[in-house]
Design a protein around this ligand. Structure first.
Ligand SMILES: [Zn+2]
Length: 261
């Protein structure tokens, strides 16, 4: 149950292409349509050398994680990486100032938006859904971290509201991609999660597809179905080289977006 809804069934499912150089899954349609856009979700890298970008997950030693962030900036040719501790809430930060370089850790939040060039915005995920937001006319981009708590707290709603408040961008102008995440077949949760998400509450544990929930919410908020897409990649069952918290990984991949210099 609950893996499809009439609305989410109309949202295009895409399978991101693996880009060797970055070690990332990239939305090929977006890459073709928006050559100025940098977008992707990193993958676990070569065997024996995990491309762990988790600064707060205590997997890989911190020096190695820092080196991975430098590597990410180098291969993507970006000047700054913006990241923060994530708290499964709905705060979104706007990044407008320039003149910094390297990895910048902001205050705890679960979303980042910018119109600055050469700024790589990043959220870590390992089952949660990364939501990518792109407005090609004004060239504003964002990325949100959405686990069930964040979805219930309104991270998508806050991200869209910030786009309007800061840049005057309406929902229907946005291109929205629901990135690699645990799929509805692999994610089983208790009734309390359904209750928090204001869904029909089952009597016991049931599968939940967060990307379906997000597609429904996005559509209800005014996002054009033709401008929405969802990833076919699952952190567990599609063998896509992603980390899964539920499957025992302590390492983290990052979902990143930015405007190329
Ligand atoms: Zn799966």
């Amino acid at each position: 149950m609950n893996t499809e809804s009439p609305i989410s069934a109309k949202v295009r499912t895409i399978r991101e292409k693996h880009e060797e150089e970055i070690s990332a899954l990239v939305h090929a349609d977006w890459a073709a349509a928006f050559p100025w856009l940098l977008q992707g979700t990193t993958t676990r890298g070569a065997p024996g050398h995990e491309f762990d970008l988790g600064l707060f997950s205590e997997g890989t030693p911190p020096e190695a994680v820092q080196a991975h962030w430098r590597q990410l900036l180098t291969v993507t040719k970006m000047q700054v990486a913006i990241h923060s501790p994530q708290v499964h809430e709905a705060d979104v930060q706007i990044y407008k100032t320039g003149k910094t370089s390297g990895l910048q850790i902001m205050e705890a939040c679960d979303g980042h938006i910018t119109s600055q060039i050469a700024v790589l915005l990043a959220v870590t995920t390992a089952d949660c859904v990364p939501i990518f937001l792109v407005e090609p006319q004004a060239r504003v981009v964002g990325v949100l971290h959405a686990g069930w708590r964040g979805v219930a707290a309104g991270i998508l709603e806050q991200g869209l509201a910030a786009m309007f408040q800061e840049f005057g961008i309406r929902e229907k102008q946005l291109h929205v991609h629901l990135g690699p995440a645990i799929c509805g077949d692999c994610y089983q949760v208790g009734p309390e999660v359904f209750e928090a998400l204001k869904l029909t509450v089952p009597s016991g544990p049931r599968p939940l597809d967060l990307r379906t929930v997000l597609a429904d919410r996005g559509s209800a908020l005014g996002v054009d179905l033709d401008r929405m897409s969802r990833s076919a990649h699952c952190t567990i069952c599609t063998q896509s080289g992603l980390f899964s918290h539920r499957d025992g990984d302590r390492a983290r991949h990052v979902a990143f977006v930015g405007i190329r210099a």
